[in-house]
Design a protein around this ligand. Structure first.
Ligand code: NIG
Ligand code: FE
Length: 420
């Protein structure tokens, strides 16, 4: 049993858990000041104001020896972040392209030269599975100590049947061996391999006829993704791939509208995707499509920041009544950071979201965008005990405000405490 007592502010508490928050409700962040929190067997059991602790069913249930007490005076406790879009299984990094970018080449120009995703794919194909696993584990440990408690991870740097399966097996090993909540997404249609450059259709055939059945047979993915954008995969190709995935029960989570008004958002909505992600190019038509759906718009401002491109219109989307989730997109080409605290800062500074909105977007809405809203994303009874204990800070607004700082002091994952 763990008791966290004297918590200055317990953030994102729910008496009854919600699936997500949208529109004006995103500005509401339920908190309890001077709070207690009981955790048992990896699960949140009870919480409330310190004044009330003696009325808790768990008060005095265990002896002092059986209870680990953490005094969180002057500290905040939040649910861990749910990072619903990452590519942390990848071989190496791409800082050379970063220099090309600084010198003026665009993301698309680098991709056209055979760099970008294809560069990572070449390296991944030559990298043994164990090495990929070790590298990814390092990234997982890094983001966990920055406050992430649930993470979605995509394939998409394999681009052959065997290499896509290799990536997904690495994700499965991560699921088995890390305490984080992990969901895996098959992204065979991330880029067209160089040898299929003038016969993209044949690559889509491989995705549909060979990759998807194998991935499904081996139970290696929870979701399916397509990079539906200018220069990558068209709406028609995306529909073909989604239909093939849906036959095996793989729900969509699309890369959409990063580079243009690609139709990706409408396609995701049409197919009941769990989320559509990126959304830099979102206008009224796209907003209207999303308003009539349960698809979670997921914004990845780290990519716009790193590539120096336009940001998604978060303010307009929330003002129109939409929910918004924030994720890191941690990947070597467009967002080589998995720091959700910084992503929240970008949400505030670059997309005019207020602190309550970015916290909702990084917790409950992130959980919804990866289908774990019943397990994570808020402080609610019977949810998994995945929590952040902050350093001594004045309030939750300080987290996005102090951009680049790490405000996390300890994390609790499945009821285990990890100190920095
Ligand atoms: O989400 N947009 C497509 N895919 C990744 C980038 C991957 C890469 O460049 O390695 C993204 O930004
Ligand atoms: Fe991505």
């Amino acid at each position: 049993m763990i008791l966290i007592k004297n918590i200055k502010l317990l953030v994102q508490v729910e008496q009854e858990s919600r699936d997500r928050v949208a529109g004006r409700d995103m500005a509401e962040l339920p908190v309890i000041s001077d709070a207690f929190l009981y955790l048992k067997e990896g699960v949140i059991k009870d919480f409330g104001p310190m004044d009330n602790i003696e009325n808790s069913d768990f008060f005095g249930e265990f002896s002092a020896e059986e209870t680990q007490v953490i005094d969180a005076a002057e500290r905040l406790v939040l649910p861990s972040f749910c990072d619903s879009h990452t590519h942390v299984v990848v071989a190496g990094s791409r800082e050379i392209e970063y220099i090309d970018k600084i010198k003026g080449l665009s993301y698309e120009e680098i991709a056209k030269r055979g760099g970008g995703i294809l560069n990572s794919a070449r390296l991944l194909q030559q990298t043994p599975e164990d090495s990929l696993y070790e590298q990814a584990m390092g990234r997982i440990e890094e983001i966990m100590m920055l406050g992430t408690g649930a993470v979605e991870i995509k394939s998409g740097y394999g681009l052959t049947v065997e290499d896509e399966l290799k990536m997904l097996r690495v994700i499965r090993r991560l699921k088995e061996n890390t305490p984080l909540i992990i969901k895996s997404t098959f992204l065979g249609a991330h880029a067209v391999p160089a040898e299929y450059k003038d016969r993209q259709n044949q690559y889509v055939d491989i995705v549909v006829n060979e990759m998807i059945p194998r991935v499904a047979q081996e139970g290696l993915a929870d979701y399916i993704d397509v990079f539906c954008d200018r220069g990558f995969f068209s709406v028609e190709e995306t529909e073909r791939i989604l239909e093939a995935g849906y036959k095996y029960g793989l729900q969509g989570k699309l890369h959409a509208n990063e580079l243009d008004y690609s139709g990706g958002i409408q396609t995701g909505v049409k197919y009941g995707a769990l989320s559509v992600d990126h959304l830099e190019f979102t206008g009224d038509e796209e907003i209207n499509a999303l308003l009539n759906s349960s698809t979670m718009p997921t914004l990845l401002p780290g990519a716009a920041f790193f590539l120096g491109m336009v940001y998604p219109p978060a303010r307009k989307m929330i003002d129109a009544g939409l929910p918004v989730a924030l994720a890191s997109d941690y990947n070597p080409g467009s967002s080589p950071s998995g720091n959700m605290q910084f992503v929240m800062s970008l949400g505030c500074i670059k997309m005019r979201m207020i602190p309550q909105e970015v916290i909702n977007a990084a917790t409950i809405n992130g959980a919804c965008a990866m289908g774990v809203e019943n397990l994570a994303g808020s402080v609610a009874r019977e949810k998994v005990a995945n929590l952040i204990i902050t350093k001594k800070i004045p309030g939750y607004e300080f987290i996005p405000y102090s951009y680049g700082s790490d405000n996390v002091d300890k994390v609790i994952i499945k009821g285990e405490v990890y100190d920095k």
